[in-house]
Each structure stands twice: as C-alpha cells, then as structure tokens.
Design a protein around this ligand. Sequence first.
Ligand code: BYC
Ligand code: FE
Ligand code: FE
Length: 474
Amino acid sequence: MINYTEKIPNNVDLGRDRVLQRALEHWQPAFLGWWYDMGPTESRNYDVYLRTAISVEPDGWAQFDYIKMPEYRWGIFLQPRDERRQVNFGTHKGQPAWQDVPGEYRSTLRRIIVTQGDTEPASVEQQKMLGLSCPSLYDLRNIFQVNVEEGRHLWAMVYLLHRYFGRDGREEAEALLARRSGDTDNPRILGAFNEPTPDWLAFYMFTFFTDRDGKFQLCALAESGFDPLARTCRFMLTEEAHHMFVGETGVGRIIQRTCEVMKEKKLETPSDVRALGVIDLQTIQKYLNFHYSVTLDLYGSDVSSNAANYFTSGLKGRFRETKLEDDHVLIDAFYPVSEVVGGKIVTKNVPALTALNERLRDDYIDEIADGVSRWQRVIDQAGIPFRLTLPHKGFHREIGNFAGHFISPEGEVLTEEAWKKHEFEWVPSPKDYEFVQSLMSGRVAEPGKFANWIAPPLRGVNNQPLNFEYVRFN
Ligand code: BYC
Ligand code: FE
Ligand code: FE
C-alpha cells in the first residue's frame, strides 16, 4: 500500500530514512516553484477531476476526485520487489538483480536516469499554454492528468537520484528543475523536448508519437539489472498507457470530424475543407511526418557504442527482453541498419550489440504503424480516398546515419535544394501552423460542448457523461 499520511506519499518506507526524507522534502518546494512557474498557465485554482494512484496493484487507479493541481499527491511508487529477480542480460546475466548501484556503472546509470527524468518536466513546459485553447472540458482534464503524471515521473527519477547517488544525485535533481524546454542557454537534453507544442493537434501527435518513445524507453529500463529503476519504470508504464490513449483518440477524433464535414459537404480540396473550420487531412499528414521524425531521433544513433555498453552492463535491456528467445548476450548476433552510400540508401548488418537503438526504434515503428492504420480506418469508413502514410525512416532526421542527408518521405535521397523545395509539402509550414492556431483562439469551457474541429469522444472519464464538469474554474 501507499502511505498517504506522509507529506510525500510513498511505498518505499521513506519515513525510515530520515536523511533521504529531508532531502526530498527540501526538493519538494523547489518542485512546486517550478510547477507554479512552468506548469499549466493560470490553472492553480482550478478543481480538476483527476485520478490519483492509491496502490500499485492493477486496481490501484480507482480513485477519481476534484483536486487543485498544486495539491496533487505526487509521490514515489515502485512496483513491489520480486526477491528472486535476476539480471537477465549482458555479462552479469544470472546474478541477483542489484539493489544498489554497482560502483563501476555509477556515472552511466546516473546519466540514463537524468536523461529520462529531463523529458518529464520538459513535456509539461511544452504544453504549458494549451489549457487556454482547449476544445472541451473533457480534453482540458485529460491534458492536466497527463501533466500531473509527467510531474510524478520526474519525482520517480528524482527519488532514484536522491536515494542512490548522494550529492551528485541531489545536484542533478536541482538541474532537472533549472533546464527549460527550448531555452537557448539551458535547454532540455533531447531534441524533441525543445520543440514547441503550439496547438492541440501538435499535443495529440506528441502524446501519440513521443509519449510512446516514453513507453519503449521505459520498457527497456524496466528490464534493468538495477532493480529500483526497473520497479519504478514498471509503475510509470501504467500511467503512460493513458497518455498514448489521449494522443491516439485525440488525432482520431480530429480525423473523424474532418471526414464528417468532407462527406456531408462533398468536399475534398484542402482550402474548401479549411473554410469549414476543420483541419484538412493534408495538414494532419504533415504534422504526423514532423512528430514521427523528431521522435525517431529520440532513439539515438543507429550504431551506438553507448547502447552496447548499456546492454552489456545490464543497465538497459531490449523491448520485452525476458520474452525474447536468444542468448541475451548478443556477442555473435547481427542486426540490419540503413545508411546512405553514394546517393543510395543501403542496408548492412552490424554487430547486434551496437544496433540496439535501431532495434528499439524498429519495435516502436511496428506499434506506430498499427495506430496509424486505426486512423486510416476512420477515413476509409467515411469513404474518403485519402491515405495517411508513415514517411521513410530516414525522412527529416537529425540523429544517426540519416543526419545530414535529405530524404523524401518516399525514401529518395535528394539534394538539399530539392528537399527544401518540397519542405512545406511534407512538414507544416508557418502558414499551416497559423491556420491550426486560428481554429484554437479560445477555450471551449461549457460542459458537453466540443470545438468544431474535433468530434466528441466515445465516452467520458470514469463512466461520467460527456457533459460532466471535468474542470471547475472557480
Ligand atoms: N537529441 O549513441 P548515441 C519520455 C546524444 S521519452 C539530442 O546516439 P545513446 C517522455 C546522446 O545523448 C523517453 N541528443 O545515443 C515522452 C549522446 O550524447 P553525448 C526518454 C541526442 O546514448 C513524452 C550522443 O547524442 N528516455 O519519457 O545510445 C513525455 C550520441 O549518443 C539525441 C530515454 O531517452 C537526441 N534525440 O542513446 C514525457 C531513456 N539522441 O554522450 C516523457 C534514457 C542522442 O555525446 N536515455 N543524443 O553527450 C537513453 O537511453 C539514451 O540517452 C538515448 C540516446 C536513447 C536517448
Ligand atoms: Fe513520462
Ligand atoms: Fe507520458
């Protein structure tokens, strides 16, 4: 069970470790300061119908209530320990899982945890302004739920830093509150987390594409030989599922609404579609291209000695590591990666250990493709002849073998000039962003009402009706 009587709810017996408790209680006001500063704009007095974890068991999500977000019970929840758990891959395979940080991996592990932790507040910062233009109270409540949970994910990493990394860890925990998404002097660590999320289409794309990188990275870290990291990530994954749901259904509802209007008015030309106040499918495709490609970069270089070290050391596994049937050491294995040679994309086999970033990216792409085909079904059911496609893996990439090359969505290698000529057929132009923004000039705040550019969801939150007052502004 989670101890809710303490200032910091937790299931790690925090009360028994006074020094740690004090360090975290010291960090807590700094976190709140960050939330007031960088969390959702103007939201501090809203009563929001949020769910709070009351236990880490599968049914532990039952609690829904009105909460002011600064009073959300951010806490430290780890999946219960399995005493028999082992390191399941790499050179330490078969050893009991580590309950403490192995000295030789201390700085590597800290780096992984800091990189993971940095993304969580970054996403809250990116989404800060969106509450002012929400398409409904239902959607407003959902973005706030995502935001408080990303806040808790930050807590999860800060706990590990404070508990296992001493003074260095405490300094890193402070730095996590100091970096800012998009800041020129002190930006967030990874590329995608410094991109703006200017509108709700971008938000849903982000939660579909980028939160899913969260899922795959957390799955890889949930295999870690460092047991406290694995157990933390397991619980974070239960929260991630909701974020991806918000993204998939959000984009799906926008597509549905566009298709309804196109069908009813028998229109296909983007400018005609836009004139009716909905987002044309071509623009949706461009947003998809953008978010997909910047998220692919988050997996790191196709060939990476860092990734090999993480695996060999037992710190970061593969997606569903223990379900895979091989030796879990990969010394003799190979894996295909692409590169651009003489103006052509070729595939070659490299040692599998060095290709682990690429492998995780490929696992991710499989899942993304399934989601996109569910969006396609909405278009097909409306009888509209439009195909949403995933661009080539090399399109618009800045990390890895494709960085510095100019690849079209179809996978042709182009010159920079040729690519630039088509750029805004492929990714949103300033005018596209302006159009989407123009639809979202104010918030829709009447219970049960939805903006014209999005269809209502199938059902409300926690069996509440769609016209439930999910947020009270006060
Ligand atoms: N942007 O061998 P390389 C989430 C750096 S999302 C900028 O290619 P490596 C969430 C790299 O750091 C999940 N820099 O990469 C979602 C390295 O730097 P140094 C987040 C990048 O290390 C939504 C250099 O390039 N979790 O939770 O094998 C909302 C060469 O390194 C980028 C994690 O990422 C980039 N895109 O792999 C809220 C898990 N990519 O050493 C939350 C932890 C690479 O030269 N992180 N670089 O200074 C990792 O496992 C690894 O750091 C990475 C990179 C997979 C990210
Ligand atoms: Fe997260
Ligand atoms: Fe998330």
